[in-house]
Ligand binder design. Structure first.
Ligand code: ADP
Length: 260
């Protein structure tokens, strides 16, 4: 072959460059779109409780001399909206923290059995309130290199959901197991289940399965996004298995030793 035969003509190089440039533009646009969507979601979520509080306050003011009971009732509703606003802000702050670089993860060798016992102890009052039974099953002692705060938040979110989206007299079973490389936490519930078409979306920020129903139950739609980020920071994975009307199982897999 002569050199001419094997050299790539100039226009091809230009085309390649143009193609790479186009791809970069498409990616930048997608990033910008998702950022814009996030900001608009955040604004919407933060505005909802404020709108409710404004309506409640205005209608109280219009009442003139309303009985004390009515004031109390409206004030209780306003306090509830303030709690909701607080929860959204706290969840957003957690999410922002998780989104920072993995360098922010502080791993230490921890006893995972004890960590789960502590989480379950903290959540038992909430479960009692919902009349849901919490069962913890640990098959063997497990120690692993984890960021205690982040992992606790991730697992707590899963258990809280399993309690919230449960039935009366339902149960939540948390189990711990391990092999030579990973430990596994399973959170199983006897709850409402998640429709198949929603399962791939539930880890997205602000995604809720049934908006009206979920609002009634009270949540921000950020819990599972936080959980997923925390688990990914540990180089782990989380999966969901669910059947509508029967229940849901989340499985978390985390390496026993952390690799930066
Ligand atoms: P939320 O704050 O609304 O609970 P999450 O991000 O924690 O937000 O969960 C997203 C949605 O996934 C929830 O609104 C709910 O519809 C659904 N979901 C999560 N966990 C469960 C579960 N264990 N059982 C049934 N539905 C669940």
């Amino acid at each position: 072959f002569s050199e001419e035969d094997i050299s790539i003509p100039d226009y091809t190089e230009t085309q390649l460059l143009a193609e790479a440039y186009n791809q970069m533009l498409v990616r930048m646009k997608a990033l910008d779109d998702s950022r814009q969507e996030f900001v608009s979601n955040v604004s919407h979520e933060l505005k909802t409780p404020i709108t409710s509080m404004k309506v409640l306050a205005d209608s109280l003011l219009m009442q003139g001399d309303a009985p004390v009971e009515l004031y109390k009732e409206f004030m209780a509703d306003i306090a509830e909206e303030i709690d909701r606003e607080n929860k959204i802000i706290n969840d957003l702050l957690s999410l922002v923290k998780m989104d920072k670089k993995a360098a922010d993860i502080k791993v230490e060798e921890k006893n995972i059995n004890e960590l789960l016992e502590l989480i379950v102890k903290r959540l038992r009052p909430i479960a009692d309130q919902h009349e849901v039974e919490l069962i913890l099953e640990t098959f063997k002692p497990v120690t692993a290199q984890v960021d205690e705060t982040k992992l606790s938040l991730a697992i707590s979110n899963l258990i809280e959901n399993a309690v919230k989206y449960n039935k009366e007299d339902g149960w939540v079973r948390i189990s711990l197991n391990s092999d030579h490389k990973y430990f596994y936490v399973k959170v199983e519930d006897s709850g409402l289940g998640i429709p198949e078409e929603d399962q791939e979306h539930i880890f997205e920020r602000f995604y809720r399965v049934d908006k009206s129903h979920s609002r009634e139950i009270g949540g921000t739609g950020l819990g599972l996004a936080i959980t997923r980020s925390a688990i990914l920071m540990h180089r782990g994975a989380v999966k969901v298995y669910s059947k509508e009307g029967e229940g849901t199982t989340f499985t978390v897999r985390i390496p026993l030793s952390y690799t930066p």
